[in-house]
Write a protein that binds this ligand. Structure first.
Ligand SMILES: Nc1ncnc2c1ncn2[C@@H]1O[C@H](COP(=O)(O)OP(=O)(O)O)[C@@H](O)[C@H]1O
Ligand SMILES: *[C@@H]1O[C@H](CO)[C@@H](O)[C@H](O)[C@H]1NC(C)=O
Ligand SMILES: *[C@@H]1O[C@H](CO)[C@@H](O)[C@H](O)[C@H]1NC(C)=O
Ligand SMILES: *[C@@H]1O[C@H](CO)[C@@H](O)[C@H](O)[C@H]1NC(C)=O
Ligand SMILES: *[C@@H]1O[C@H](CO)[C@@H](O)[C@H](O)[C@H]1NC(C)=O
Ligand SMILES: *[C@@H]1O[C@H](CO)[C@@H](O)[C@H](O)[C@H]1NC(C)=O
Ligand SMILES: *[C@@H]1O[C@H](CO)[C@@H](O)[C@H](O)[C@H]1NC(C)=O
Ligand SMILES: *[C@@H]1O[C@H](CO)[C@@H](O)[C@H](O)[C@H]1NC(C)=O
Ligand SMILES: *[C@@H]1O[C@H](CO)[C@@H](O)[C@H](O)[C@H]1NC(C)=O
Length: 823
């Protein structure tokens, strides 16, 4: 193969001078040819990497190969000289098990795709020595901590979304100057603060939603190219910086965190700047933002969506919103905005949704109400007035408007005068009761005098609640009642009280304690309920064996709390009680439109009849939820309200995020289930041989370790079917999942409990045994009662609930909507 010297001696040039040059060139050529031959002949992959690839292949059951894997294996790519592995692409290969440690040998990998292997588990291997550019391990089931990638200075893409990574992120994770695309979303156990992004000047997408990050939103002051920021569904608490430096911003979503402080300013693209780099979506809903809308927001020509609902925003809206040319959706619900809704909103031709409910707006221009194609809602703005449009094309002459206004005012004054006269007249009659027209006919009103007679001058105290003392009473016809007297320092006004009575008297179900009547007189607010002789579920779970025994109807002791000695409640009975209470709640949630949220579900609010039938009580603070079309909507919106409920039972989601939904009741009901299983109070925080600090944690540990016996109420020892018990424990834990959306509906809970009681040998279709856990046998509804004191006739309260069908669907007499009391 030595090149002939013939070519060198061409053109008859002097041989001697040429030949030495020729020799050198020839040697060089020879060497080059020889080198290519060597690399073609023997595989050049580093031996360590070959064995790492083999380990990988065998661990994941991948196909065998012959020859150089660089040439023959589709998931491996190598460097040009084929000395190192440069890329691994195992996307969607159904990999199972975890990644072998040998993987860490492949330090030259630049492209790594392990995505879409939902059964790939375990930690990521040590990647500290790697120099990755593009790392995709999304949609796997990886756990452990996200590794520090500080050697990967060229990292551009980091896609680790939808895994189970835990713990905090390494502080240097985002400090890479080529990083453009980060997606860590849906790693629900990723926590701690979000590391700084100050070096990541090329960053475009920063997606960290649905994790558990806390603390501040990063500054983003060095991230001018950032377009999409997704941080929704975390636990972030502050937004300390404006976003004006993020000039490329298109979308920011921080929905559903716990951020307080003011809304940030955003960059205002001038209309000359390149299209496409404009703010289009601002989503700050479900936080604790306060203050008003920043003035910079009014210049967002391209913004399509502004959602700032469910915050603590206040003050009037900016007057001139005519600049929001592209705005389609403006959601301001559940804040404390006031003033008039700006007329300039009517000029926005793209505006489709304008949601203003639950604020304190005082005026709304008629042009907005009449705007074609606009979906506008402004419920519960108690002081709102329509503002007639002075420029209306329909051509109301000014005189007519003045006339209308005067007429409206006149009518208003007239009504007020009449109302006052009417109230006076009632007062004169010596009777401070609200007229029958105001109240539903099924709730009977009593005078204070009658209440004194019914309770024998408040002789027997049967309980004490947040509401005030509860006394035993007997109506003239012998019907036993529980008389709840609201403490006179109660903040609640008469209107609210009557509203409550209206709601309560319209709820009819055999598993809800029936309201008998009420008394509103001389600052006293009193409610009368059907008496439940067997007290509360709580008494039965925790006070069993208590010594004092007395029956209020025969008791001679004055003002004493009565409790009777009780036997341990069997598991079957506990399940029966839970099913009944569950059905009561299911009725509130499902059959009432809009749903009614109980808000104080606990074992002390589950009362028992003589036959130990359970009924849910104390709907005093229940709240009707807004009408919601879809599950989705129900998840996203909640009734924002003042926190009420009982410590130990409070849904953390409600507590932290002020989102009240029917799932808050499901959470509390889960706590009741834990009580019946363990015989422990929800506030317990120490447990034998366990480091758990909450009842939920204690039960969860035992369920995970398959040691249900360790947590079951000792009083139930060996008197239950194990599988059924596990089922109920798992159900209770599901009811307490952190996000409402993950929890079951009450209907599903009742179904699961029914299966558990069937495992105990109670068969639903066996008529002989159904009474064991039936809900309607011996319903204590009375026929019409003539009240000799007031002369009122009380209509049976729960007529509709005296059914023969066991399904709740046959009972619904829930109001179509809770109408507010007339002012
Ligand atoms: N209808 C009733 N029948 C018998 N006892 C009742 C009735 N309602 C309430 N009680 C007793 O009064 C206590 C306080 O009731 P309640 O005011 O509902 O409590 P809270 O406000 O703490 O929920 C209950 O724990 C129970 O012992
Ligand atoms: C793969 O092939 C090599 C030889 O080509 C052989 O030694 C080895 O046993 C094979 N492995 C499997 C898992 O088939
Ligand atoms: C994910 O891993 C967990 C254990 O870490 C396991 O319980 C679960 O079944 C896995 N999911 C899938 C889809 O394999
Ligand atoms: C990462 O993987 C997921 C799932 O295969 C895919 O949707 C995504 O586009 C990938 N990212 C990149 C940058 O290729
Ligand atoms: C981020 O990941 C989620 C899945 O967890 C996906 O829905 C979303 O489209 C991804 N976003 C980007 C910008 O990659
Ligand atoms: C709402 O804002 C007011 C002041 O405007 C403040 O007093 C109150 O504490 C805030 N509430 C919450 C829950 O942040
Ligand atoms: C609106 O609320 C702010 C405080 O949030 C208050 O200072 C202002 O007076 C209110 N304006 C009107 C018209 O009620
Ligand atoms: C609503 O505004 C009125 C006056 O316009 C004021 O009296 C009332 O206190 C406000 N309500 C709330 C909840 O801010
Ligand atoms: C109108 O807005 C409500 C929310 O207030 C929404 O539920 C409904 O679907 C919207 N209707 C249309 C036609 O967009």
């Amino acid at each position: 193969m030595f090149p002939t010297s013939k070519a060198c001696s061409l053109k008859g040039q002097p041989h001697t001078r040429m030949s030495s040059v020729c020799l050198v060139v020839s040697i060089l050529l020879f060497c080059a040819v020889e080198l290519t031959q060597i690399s073609k002949g023997n595989a050049a992959l580093v031996a360590d990497e070959i064995s790492a690839l083999e380990v990988l292949r065998d661990a994941f059951n991948l196909a065998n190969w012959t020859g150089d894997p660089c040439d023959t294996v589709d998931w491996i790519s190598c460097t040009g000289a084929k000395t190192n592995v440069e890329g691994i692409n195992l996307r969607d290969r159904r990999l199972t098990g975890s990644i072998p440690a040998e993987f860490s040998t492949l330090v030259q990998i630049r492209e790594l795709d392990l995505s879409l292997n939902p059964q790939l588990e375990g930690d990521l291997p040590d990647l500290t020595a790697f120099i990755i550019l593009n790392f995709n391990a999304s949609f796997c089931n990886l756990t452990g901590t996200i590794p520090d990638l500080r050697r990967s200075t060229n990292l551009e893409i980091l896609h680790l979304q939808s895994n189970n990574f835990v713990n905090v992120l390494p502080q240097a994770l985002f400090q890479h100057s080529y990083l453009t695309d980060v997606n860590l979303s849906s790693n629900p156990q990723l926590t701690g603060t979000i590391p700084s992004t100050t070096q990541a000047t090329e960053l475009k997408n920063f997606v960290l939603n649905d994790c558990a990050f806390t603390g501040a939103v990063p500054a983003f002051s060095a991230n001018a190219k950032l377009e999409h920021i997704a941080l929704q569904n975390n636990r972030l608490t502050s937004f300390p910086f404006d976003l004006q430096a993020v000039t490329a911003l298109n979308t920011i979503n921080v929905d559903n965190n716990a951020i307080s402080g003011s809304l940030p300013n955003v960059p205002v693209g001038s209309s000359q700047s390149s299209a496409g780099n404009q703010v289009e979506r601002l989503i700050f809903s479900n936080n604790f933002f306060s203050g008003g809308i920043p003035s910079s927001w009014t210049q967002l020509t391209y913004v399509q969506e502004i959602r700032i609902n469910n915050n603590n925003l206040s003050g009037p809206l900016p007057d001139d919103l005519s600049g929001l040319r592209d705005l389609e959706t403006l959601d301001l619900r559940n804040n404390r905005f006031n003033g008039t809704v700006p007329r300039t909103l009517a000029e926005l031709s793209n505006l489709k949704n304008l949601w203003l409910d639950n604020n304190n707006f005082t005026g709304i221009p008629q042009v907005l109400q009449n705007k074609a194609g606009l979906n506008i809602s402004y419920g519960n703005n108690p002081n709102i007035l329509t503002i007639l449009d002075p420029n209306a094309k329909s051509g109301f002459p000014v005189g007519a408007i003045v006339g209308v206004v005067v007429a409206v005012l006149g009518i208003g004054v007239g009504i007020a005068v009449l109302t006052i006269l009417y109230r006076r007249r009632k007062k004169k009659g010596g009777d401070d009761q609200v007229s029958k027209e105001d109240m539903p006919s099924s709730a009977q009103s009593f005078s204070l005098k009658e209440i004194k007679a019914i309770t024998q001058n408040y002789k027997t105290l049967i309980g004490k609640g947040g509401f005030g003392p509860v006394y035993y009473g007997k109506l003239p016809d012998g019907k036993e009642v529980a008389v709840k007297v609201r403490a006179s320092d109660s903040k609640q006004g008469a209107d609210e009280f009557l509203n409550e009575v209206r709601l309560l008297s319209r709820l009819h179900h055999r598993n809800l304690v029936s309201l008998v009547g009420y008394c509103l007189e001389a600052q006293q607010q009193i409610l009368l309920y059907v008496y439940m002789p067997q007290g509360t579920l709580q008494d039965h779970l925790f006070r069993s064996g208590s010594t004092s025994t007395s029956n209020p109807s025969t008791s001679t002791s004055d003002n004493s709390i009565v409790s009777s000695s009780r036997e341990t409640m069997s598991w079957k009975k506990r399940l029966d009680v839970a099913i009944s209470a569950g059905r009561g709640l299911e009725y509130l949630h499902k059959d009432c439109k809009p749903p009614v949220i109980h808000r104080d579900v606990k074992s002390a609010n589950i009362l028992l009849t003589d036959k130990l039938q359970a009924k849910v009580a104390d709907l005093g603070i229940s709240k009707q939820a807004p009408e919601l079309d879809s599950e989705e909507a129900q998840v996203n919106t909640g009734v924002s309200t003042v926190i009420k409920g009982t410590f130990g039972y409070l849904d953390p989601e409600y507590y932290v995020r002020r989102r009240l939904t029917t799932k808050s009741d499901v959470y509390s009901f889960g706590m009741v289930l834990l009580e019946i299983i363990t015989g422990r109070k929800p506030q317990s925080h120490r447990f034998p041989k366990s480091s758990a600090t909450t009842l939920t944690e204690w039960v969860r540990n035992a369920v995970n370790a398959d040691q249900i016996e360790t947590i079951v109420d000792p009083a139930l020892r060996n008197q239950y079917v194990r599988e059924g018990m596990i089922k109920v424990a798992e159900l209770a834990l599901m009811c307490q999942l952190p996000r409402g959306a993950q929890r079951p509906e009450m209907g599903e809970v009742v179904r699961a409990l029914t299966q558990a009681i069937q495992m105990e040998g109670v068969y639903v279709d066996s008529s002989a045994r159904t009474n064991d856990y039936d809900y309607f046998a011996g319903d204590e509804e009375d026929p019409n009662v003539e009240d000799p004191v007031s002369g009122h006739v009380s209509i049976p309260l729960s007529t509709a609930s005296v059914g023969t069908s066991r399904s709740t669907e046959s009972d619904p007499i829930c109001p179509p909507a809770l109408s507010t009391i007339a002012r």
